[in-house]
Design a protein around this ligand. Structure first.
Ligand SMILES: Nc1nc2c(ncn2[C@@H]2O[C@H](COP(=O)(O)OP(=O)(O)OP(=O)(O)O)[C@@H](O)[C@H]2O)c(=O)[nH]1
Ligand SMILES: [Mg+2]
Length: 296
């Protein structure tokens, strides 16, 4: 696996964003933390707990349209057991979007009631936070009902803060995505890279793709074989799987060799667009296995 631990990648705007979130926190009623449903654990920035502290928080699992539904249900159960409010949504299909504001309001219902008794009726102030490319701006656009803030299919689209208003109802603060400054766990970094939260430019996409092929071999072999018309991937190493895929697709360069880089980029693209299938890259059971191994 490539070493991401010492990667010099943490861009200056992430430090600025952390400050931006901290500076605005006081005036916020609810923080909506957006997670990618395909990596509901690795896609959580552990620093957010430090930054956001006890502010009421709603978790949303976005991009549910791309994720494995059975696994999404397991993750929701897992987060509920930890006492957190979590809802699955999709900014692409619109699924669950209408629950976001009502759930956010429910979290601070007592505060709203108290203020109402005093005759105060102010708008709800919500801050969106999350790792890059997870759909923070897309969710705001969905809630506002029009394209008010810029979105894009690469990390780092939003720069600086932006308030947007839903008429008479709520004010939403969009923030740029931030990742932790360093990764203690290489698997976490890799899963972030699979989904596109880390820029491909700083990654070795070929090595990343080998790891992905092995994950799919162990968890989604049927989907992988079907998509690339492979008979079997049992006992094959990642690079052998990728080579087979490249050959099937005719990605041959001079001397009959396979253009592995081209094959790697294709597999990553097809994972990200769910062309291979509805794939979630981790399960709550993975965490239990890890905890048990750590105990020993
Ligand atoms: N399939 C799918 N794609 C989505 C969904 N939500 C957002 N996207 C896509 O994901 C990409 C990133 O969306 P953005 O809203 O720009 O993400 P962001 O979190 O604001 O990203 P940064 O500002 O770069 O941190 C875009 O290409 C969106 O179209 C979803 O629910 N399903
Ligand atoms: Mg954005």
């Amino acid at each position: 696996m490539q070493n991401l631990e010492n990667l010099q990648w943490y861009p200056g705007h992430m430090t600025k964003t952390r400050r931006l979130i901290e500076d605005n926190l006081k005036m916020i009623d609810v923080v909506v933390e957006i997670l990618d449903a395909r990596i509901p654990f690795s896609g959580r920035n552990p620093n957010f707990d430090d930054i956001i502290k006890n502010k009421p928080r709603l978790l949303v699992l976005n991009k549910s349209d791309l994720a494995d539904k059975t696994r999404t249900a397991k993750w929701i159960e897992w987060y509920k057991q930890q006492g957190l409010t979590v809802i699955p949504i999709s900014c692409t299909t619109g699924m669950g979007i209408n629950k976001v504001l009502s759930q956010a309001r429910t979290l601070i219902q007592e505060k709203i009631n108290r203020e109402k008794e005093k005759g105060r009726n102010r708008t709800l102030k919500i801050m969106m936070v999350g790792i890059p490319n997870v759909g923070k701006s897309s969710l705001i656009n969905r809630l506002v009902g029009k394209a008010s803030t810029k979105t894009g299919d690469k990390p780092g689209v939003t720069r600086g803060k932006q308030w947007l208003r839903i008429k008479g109802d709520a004010e939403l603060l969009d923030t740029p995505g931030i990742l932790p400054p360093k990764f203690d766990d290489q698997t976490v970094a890799m899963r972030l890279a699979f989904t596109g939260a880390i820029r491909d430019e700083i990654m070795n996409t070929e090595l990343l793709s080998y790891e992905l092929c092995e994950y799919l071999r162990d968890n989604y072999a049927d989907e992988l074989c079907k998509r690339y018309k492979l008979d079997s991937v049992d006992n094959l190493k990642g690079y052998e799987i990728l080579e087979k895929i490249g050959r099937k697709r005719g990605f041959v360069i001079s001397g009959g060799e396979i253009d592995m880089e081209r094959a790697a980029n294709m597999v990553l693209d097809e994972l990200r667009s769910a062309t291979i299938g509805n794939i979630t890259l981790e399960t709550p059971e993975d965490l239990e296995i890890k905890e048990n191994t750590a105990d020993k």
